[in-house]
Ligand binder design. Structure first.
Ligand code: ATP
Ligand code: MG
Ligand code: MG
Length: 355
């Protein structure tokens, strides 16, 4: 049996463990605060479920292991400044941006980027945390301590948000899942839908973009690219060098999930173009108490992360992979009364796309 270590022990690490089981891959997530001496063997691989990490005894052991796949990619993508610089260097479309240097004020940023500018912390942000809107009309200012630590992006009036999850093997071959349509509310992903026939005209462009990025990094494994669709084109929002929340539906709808694909790539096992069944959607459970009644909804596949429930925290997700619009409609109708009121619009959004 081969062993793969995972830097980080959150839900993504747990889902990698789950995906490794049928292949007899022993996947070992490591809590970054662990004080243990890890029994790392020279032939084993290391991967990560997060883009960045503090320097701790655990991360030091993992990051100094020669089998850490893509180690060099993490610093490039974990800092929005180097990530956006890479996207520009490759000539790929992205929201216009600037590094917010010392002394730069809001007026200068508005002049360069327009009336509405989104400041994003260079590192550490997720689920919309670490972001701050500057609105010329409100004369808002760059927050104290953000200079040099954030980039500024032009507000994009996008039609919708999509993402592409792809994979690259150590032979350089790439494969991709179909584009996923995503609903973010207040910066946090609440639902995903895939595949959608109406997005297929964008698939080739998206694959070309992510393929170019993965090639440039000599990347091995699964990478996700979040995009804004503006008319017939895509602008890259951000990249994640790991399995991604918008690819969770692949657990229900693809012959090989994003988690297994990542493990296969890291372990040097064959990769394949995923075969996707039916129509899939995923509902993220954010700040919601567990309700076992969800399990009675036909088609529901629950992943509950076992974390303490807090407002705004992702604590689980429910996947569906269904064959007909009628089944989808029924599942949404049964789920609706079992979720808090704010999910009404989320389920309606899914129904509007699929049912
Ligand atoms: P994640 O949890 O996906 O890692 P994050 O905190 O890293 O999120 P982003 O993905 O950069 O943040 O932004 C979160 C959301 O904010 C986006 O999905 C989008 O809805 C909105 N957003 C981000 N950048 C822009 C922009 N330039 N213009 C308009 N909306 C934006
Ligand atoms: Mg992010
Ligand atoms: Mg994002």
């Amino acid at each position: 049996m081969s062993r793969i270590w995972v830097l980080g022990a959150g839900q993504l690490g747990q889902m990698l463990v789950h995906a490794g089981m049928p292949l007899d891959l022993q996947v070992c997530p490591v809590d970054i605060e662990s004080q243990d001496t890890l029994p790392l063997q020279p032939h084993e691989q290391v991967t990560a479920e997060r883009e960045q990490w503090p320097d701790t005894p655990a991360t030091r052991q993992l990051a100094s292991h020669p089998g850490f796949v893509n180690l060099g990619t993490f610093p490039t993508l974990a800092d929005r400044f180097s990530q956006k610089s890479l996207i520009d260097k490759l000539g790929l479309a992205t929201a216009p941006w600037r590094l917010v240097e010392d002394e730069m004020d809001a007026a200068e940023l508005h002049q360069a980027l327009g009336e509405r500018v989104l400041l994003k912390r260079r590192s550490g942000g997720y689920d919309g945390r670490g972001q701050h809107w500057l609105k010329a009309a409100e004369q808002s200012a760059v927050p104290e301590g953000w200079h040099d630590h954030c980039i500024a992006e032009q507000a994009i009036n996008f039609d919708e948000e999509v993402s592409l999850v792809g994979m690259r093997g150590d032979d350089g071959r790439c494969f991709f899942y179909p584009l996923t349509l995503n609903l973010h509310v207040n910066g946090i992903l609440l639902a995903s839908v895939a595949p959608l026939a109406r997005l297929s005209p964008l698939q080739a462009e998206a694959e070309q973009m992510l393929g170019k990025l993965m090639d440039s990094l000599d990347y091995v494994g699964v990478m996700a690219m979040e995009c804004f669709r503006v008319g017939d084109h895509l602008l890259i929002n951000e990249l994640a060098p790991r399995v991604h929340n918008s690819g969770h539906w692949t657990q229900a709808g693809a012959n090989v999930s994003q988690f297994e694909s990542h493990l296969r790539a890291v372990a040097g096992l064959p990769l394949v173009a995923p075969a996707v069944k039916n129509t899939c959607f995923m509902v993220n459970l954010v700040g919601v108490e567990r309700d076992n009644a969800w399990l009675s909804v036909p088609g529901a596949e629950l992943y509950w992360y076992g974390k303490e429930v807090r407002p705004g925290r992702k604590v689980g997700h429910i996947n569906f992979c269904l064959g007909t619009a009628a089944e989808i409609k029924q599942a949404l109708a049964q789920l609706d009364p079992l979720l808090p009121d704010n999910y009404g619009e989320v389920l309606a959004w899914i129904g509007n796309e699929l049912a």
